[in-house]
Design a protein around this ligand. Structure first.
Ligand SMILES: [Zn+2]
Length: 575
């Protein structure tokens, strides 16, 4: 009897011992595919702000905690990344960019960093030498305010197109402004677009002419459409498959560029239904490398004709979602297109462009409301922001309790009275940190000091009012680099060292939140991404600097060490 009791106790002890050892190293059930350890994890989850380690299985996070506890998730087949004390955070979400434009910009003339107009002329000359007669020469990214020296012969800072004509007489040239709101063309492009000095300005557009009525070469806002149509006619005569292959390759190049910069999700501000179809094909074939969230940019009748396209949710294992619509209500400040309540300080009598018919915007708002589609409208000037909040308020008043998450893209310059109205109607301010420091040199010229201080890029005023502010770069208007954008968001510092109304700076925590959780929320994706929490996608970035604690100037030298999407390493820095 006694002997059997002893044996019984031994058996019990062995049983417990075996249970214990099973919790110390990973049992097959909980072994992770990947463990990241020895990290300074910044989770963007207020319930567990910091951690040392993470575990990932089947593309999702299964554990966030200490190095010791992470051992439980480390099995024989688990890949282990030793972060060596580096900063680990949720992958950046680009909150407003143009994925097709980014792809295109990486395959055409990049004019973003040119010193002056002469350099542009030289680049066009080189491209014309290589091109077949009739081929379009496309470029993007110039900004007349950045040229040094300014062109000697100019109108409103714009040179005349004759120099382009000399180097490219047989090839139409189309060079988009950095803002995308105007384009420079040469004589051949003007000819193909059917534009001459007697051509009337289209509604919402401007064929810029000097005081003597001479065409300068700049087509602003909707006037770009005239040359765009001629370009599209040339492009569309090429076989469909050839065009698709070229487009898909440009998306791949854009994604590669994003991964290099730590971006794991991208919110596109303007896809056509044709582009949505293309993205859906890539998602289904598992060919997307970052997660995409697209706003559809089509007119009212086209939206209604394609209503059945909505919604596309997490197609291709979480790589594509389409349930938002984009409309542009005005232009940009740099190109005098932002629609203002009072005239521009440096262009008397001019208040900018209203680029969409208000009644069709109202009809689109009605379509979006009834179909549970998020409406995202570009509004830069204070007049555009006021008109838009009026339209939003009229629609939202139908059911104020509805979780609509409608967005104002840019909300760049608002009259202070609009700020509480964003909160009242639960409207998201979808802003871009880098626009502030890029535009700062000319903002006071355009708006004067008072309007600049009270209403331009007023992130802190929005945040204090309780408005959700998300963040992005509007790439390819700006480089999509989140590090440079983060630096702009927390310093508002210009190249010359001055700070643009520093009271509106974001804190480090606010800026990281704006780039992760706020962007996820602004896309109805806060349950899937935006923070490092159990159950969310393992979209993670490892950085060389601690973005919360490093010095301001240290931010700029931050490198992307590793980018992971769904727990898979998609980029590894070589340095
Ligand atoms: Zn944009």
């Amino acid at each position: 009897m006694k002997r059997s009791i002893t044996r019984y106790f031994f058996a019990v002890i062995l049983f417990f011992l075996s249970c214990n050892s099973a919790t110390e190293s990973a049992s097959s059930a909980e072994a992770a595919d990947l463990v990241i350890k020895n990290a300074k994890v910044y989770t963007v989850n207020k319930n567990q702000p910091e951690a040392e380690a993470l575990a990932v299985k089947d593309g999702r996070i299964t554990f966030v905690g200490s190095n010791t506890d992470a051992k439980k998730y480390t099995g024989d087949k688990t890949e282990v990344i030793d972060a060596k004390g580096q900063f680990v955070m949720p992958g950046f979400i680009e909150g407003h960019g143009h994925i097709h434009g980014l792809g295109l910009s990486l395959t055409i003339l990049n004019l973003m960093n040119v010193k002056n107009w002469d350099e542009i002329v030289a680049m066009v000359a080189e491209a014309a030498r290589k091109a077949k007669p009739g081929d379009w020469i496309i470029g993007r990214g110039w900004h007349q305010e950045k040229w040094n020296p300014a062109p000697a012969r100019n109108y409103l800072g714009y040179p005349y197109h004759e120099e382009l004509d000399k180097v490219s007489p047989n090839n139409p040239v189309y060079l988009s402004h950095a803002s995308g709101h105007s384009a420079y063309v040469n004589a051949k492009a003007l000819e193909l677009a059917g534009i001459n000095s007697s051509t009337k300005n289209p509604a919402g557009g401007d064929i810029v002419k000097d005081k003597d009525g001479r065409i300068v070469g700049v087509l602003a806002e909707t006037a770009q459409g005239l040359a765009n149509r001629a370009y599209s006619a040339w492009e569309n005569q090429r076989p469909k498959q050839e065009r698709f292959t070229k487009w898909a390759e440009s998306i791949r190049i854009a994604e590669e560029d994003c991964l290099k910069k730590g971006i794991t999700s991208f919110q596109d501000a303007g896809s056509s239904f044709e582009q949505v179809e293309g993205m859906k094909k890539l998602a289904k074939e598992g060919k997307l490398n970052i997660r995409h969230w697209l706003m559809v940019r089509e007119d009212n009748s086209s939206l209604r004709a394609h209503a059945n396209v909505f919604p596309i949710v997490n197609e291709g294992n979480g790589y594509l979602t389409v349930k938002a619509v984009k409309v542009s209500l005005d232009g940009a400040l740099g190109s005098y297109g932002a629609w203002l309540l009072e005239p521009y300080t440096d262009r008397p009598g001019w208040v900018g462009n209203n680029t969409v018919d208000i009644d069709s915007l109202k009809a689109i708002a009605d379509f979006c409301w009834k179909n549970n589609v998020q409406l995202c409208v570009h509004a830069i000037g204070d007049r555009a922001n006021r008109e838009l909040i009026d339209i939003y308020a009229a629609q939202i008043a139908n059911d104020k309790s509805k979780d609509h998450r409608w967005r104002v893209e840019h909300a760049q310059h608002v009259n202070p009275t609009e700020i509480p109205r964003f909160k009242e109607w639960n409207v998201i301010a979808s802003m871009q940190g880098i626009h502030c420091t890029s535009d700062a040199p000319f903002v006071p010229k355009r708006l004067g000091a008072k309007r600049s201080e009270e209403g331009a890029y007023v992130w802190q005023s929005f945040l204090k009012a309780g408005v959700v502010v998300n963040n992005g770069t509007d790439t390819p208007v700006e480089d999509e680099d989140p590090v440079a954008n983060f630096y702009a968001s927390v310093t508002r510092k210009l190249k010359d060292g001055s700070e643009f109304y520093p009271a509106q700076k974001m804190t480090r925590e606010q800026a990281l939140y704006s780039y992760t959780m706020a962007n996820a929320y602004a896309a109805f994706q806060e349950k899937e991404k935006g923070s490092l929490e159990v159950g969310k996608y393992a979209d993670i970035v490892i950085l060389s600097n601690d973005l919360i604690n490093c010095k301001d100037e240290g931010i700029k030298s931050t490198k992307i060490v590793t980018t992971l999407v769904g727990g898979k390493v998609k980029y590894k820095g070589q340095f």
